[in-house]
Design a protein around this ligand. Sequence first.
Ligand code: SF4
Length: 335
Amino acid sequence: MGQPLRVTLDLARYVVGQRLRGRRRFPLVLMLEPTELCNLSCTGCGKIRQDAAVMARRLTAQECFDAVDECGAPAVSIAGGEPLTHPEIVEIVEGMLARRKLTLLCTNGILLGRVLPKLRPDPRFSFVFHLDGPREHHDRMVERRGVFDLVMKGIREAKARGFRVTTNTTLYKGADPEAVGQLLRELTAMGVDSCLVSPAFTYEEVDPAAHGIFLHRQEAIALVRRVVQAAGPGVRYYNTPMYLDFLLGRRTLQCTPWGNPTRDPLGWKGPCYLLTDAHYERFEDLMNRTPWEDYGYGKNPRCASCMMHSGYEASAVAAMRPADAWRMLRWIFAG
Ligand code: SF4
């Protein structure tokens, strides 16, 4: 199942409410980065190579709550940096759940033992483990041996304690589609609730020496097709069927970066989770002052290879057709 039915119904109610109010642009998932510090330095990550000004700061728990209250998104993805390095991470998660937000806590798994005994399972809460592929591939991408085994151990422990677990697999050039497909099957057999698969995207902060590992759009589509084919029909994807169609090259979408607004220690980051052209003090300024028409595929050269879920998952939901309803129901109930 993509997520529990009651959570899906809350999200659907929110989207319908926004449409009835005539709002053309509204947030769906707050991308919250309480800290950009991390205990890894993954090859394809630009977040940890940002300006010293952002690396030196972190959001307090209260600032995180203010951000979600200010934007009103029904879901929050707590990312970073590695959020488990934040001293108030348990309070932040609990505060989001107290606000009835669908709460996704992204982690590389290394510090899981710090928070696992302090958190309680909740249908609105899921860990999201970063897992780019099988052992050798994942450890190479995160530039540290042994991390794959820690993630798999963490997944088992989290599931044993009754938590919902999602995995996030980012595809880079050189990923072996057969091996990634096999891993997705293995994760599903372990009881992982859903697997997110999406191609990586290169943005300004990524180390220029790593640019060769990023896929162009047609390469990404070809790789996703091979991974999905190798994984077979039993895998439960976190990707909605419409977003997966887009990744498989079966549907054209334009990004909706305002659907996943980003709040980091410097403010509201525009235009999106990946590109940083401005920081705004208020969410309203991000929405009203960002020149949205300057961004997206075909409009901005920096967007040419982006197929990221943070830019397109909200587009996929917005572009849902009546014929997609049955597939969405299957996705919700059966995975
Ligand atoms: S396509 Fe959209 S989400 Fe992707 S980098 Fe460009 S503005 Fe951001």
